[in-house]
Design a protein around this ligand. Structure first.
Ligand code: ATP
Ligand code: MG
Length: 327
């Protein structure tokens, strides 16, 4: 089911990150809405471009999996623009970071009570998200020896039918290395062993999942809170290595069952040797207890979708109002 670039019509922008821009797009032959990722590449940087293309070819050969965003094709057109285009399955609830920021914008406008975060990222959804991410990562590693290396809220996508899918795998290595040179962010989900340049295994992704889960239930990146912002990226990296594991405050932890707290704690064990593997974690009671809750999770995803839709509506209204005021 690979697509042709000539059959694609670009629609509105979804978001952008360090590497490029994502828009909605329409695949005309079957009227399917997809996601189109555009990554600008330096002219004449053949080494990186060739490497990227090689990695994208790997993606083409991956067999689809329910926890991986489907890949529809990648293109590089040197004659027009210096960009690589990747066509992907569109996920209609967006990424976890977007869902989280939508939640906060509702709270800030007093449209929903603050306490409802427990209902947005409740025990059920955290368990199902964890299970899905671990299953997708295990599939990538067991079958293709691919380590993701960039697990974070923006690379975990939700669909309203209860799908949880990982994206941005496969391209990770080269892209991350080339982006690392220009890194300007304030957060990193990199594990202590990776920062220290030690051998890197799938347990690094377990750490990143742990930080992601803390962020979901607290609403903020776990290292460096309000009045304790790290002094630049080097300070942040040094803190990850030298300070105790990030953890939930007692106040937040009390809102969730002990088995969930135990699960998160294990993901965030600093010593890679003591940190459980993906397989260990898939057998944790926190995962097993919700394995048969498909129906409940579908209802959760549908509700998230309705909020994400409302938010769009609200933004459109704001825009119209502003336009009106200008006259
Ligand atoms: P970074 O560049 O640091 O990895 P990022 O993951 O946010 O950050 P992109 O991968 O370019 O950057 O994605 C931009 C945004 O587009 C994401 O935050 C996500 O909300 C959205 N997005 C990406 N892929 C899809 C998709 N397949 N379906 C729906 N939304 C998507
Ligand atoms: Mg991404």
């Amino acid at each position: 089911t690979f697509m042709n670039i000539q059959d694609i019509v670009q629609l509105g922008k979804i978001g952008s990150g360090n590497s490029g821009t994502v828009t909605k797009a329409l695949h005309v032959p079957d009227s399917k809405v997809i996601a189109k990722k555009t990554i600008p590449v330096e002219k004449n940087n053949d080494k990186i471009i060739n490497q990227l293309i090689r990695e994208l070819t790997i993606m083409k050969n991956l067999k689809p999996h329910p926890n991986l965003v489907e890949f529809y094709g990648a293109f590089y057109d040197q004659s027009t623009n210096n960009e690589i285009i990747i066509l992907l399955e569109y996920m209609n609830c967006g990424s976890l970071d977007k869902i989280l920021s939508t939640y906060h914008s509702f709270v800030n406008r007093n449209l929903i009570p603050q306490d409802i975060v427990v209902k947005w990222f409740n025990t059920l959804s955290i368990s199902r998200i964890s299970a899905s991410v671990l299953t997708g990562l295990s599939y990538l590693y067991d079958n293709y020896k691919i380590i993701h290396r960039d697990i974070k809220p923006s690379n975990i996508l939700i669909g309203s039918k209860g799908q949880v899918k990982i994206c941005d795998f496969g391209v990770s290595k080269t892209l991350i290395n080339s982006i690392a040179d220009t890194f300007v962010g304030t957060s990193t989900y990199m594990s202590p062993e990776r920062i220290q340049g030690n051998v890197y295994s799938t347990k690094g992704d377990v750490w990143s999942l742990g930080l992601t889960l803390i962020e979901l239930v607290t609403g903020e990146f776990p290292l460096g809170g309000h009045n304790d912002t790290p002094d630049g990226i080097l300070d942040l990296l040094q803190r990850i290595v030298n300070e105790p594991s990030p953890s939930l405050s007692a106040q937040v932890a009390n809102k969730y069952p002990p088995m969930m707290n135990d699960f998160i704690k294990r993901c965030c064990i600093k010593d890679e040797k003591l940190r459980p593997s993906m397989k260990d974690l898939l057998n944790h009671p926190f995962i097993l207890n919700f394995n048969d809750k498909d129906k409940e999770f579908k209802i959760w995803a549908k509700r998230i979708r309705s909020y994400m839709k409302d938010e769009k509506q609200y933004k459109r209204e704001q825009f119209e109002r502003k336009k009106f005021q200008e006259y």
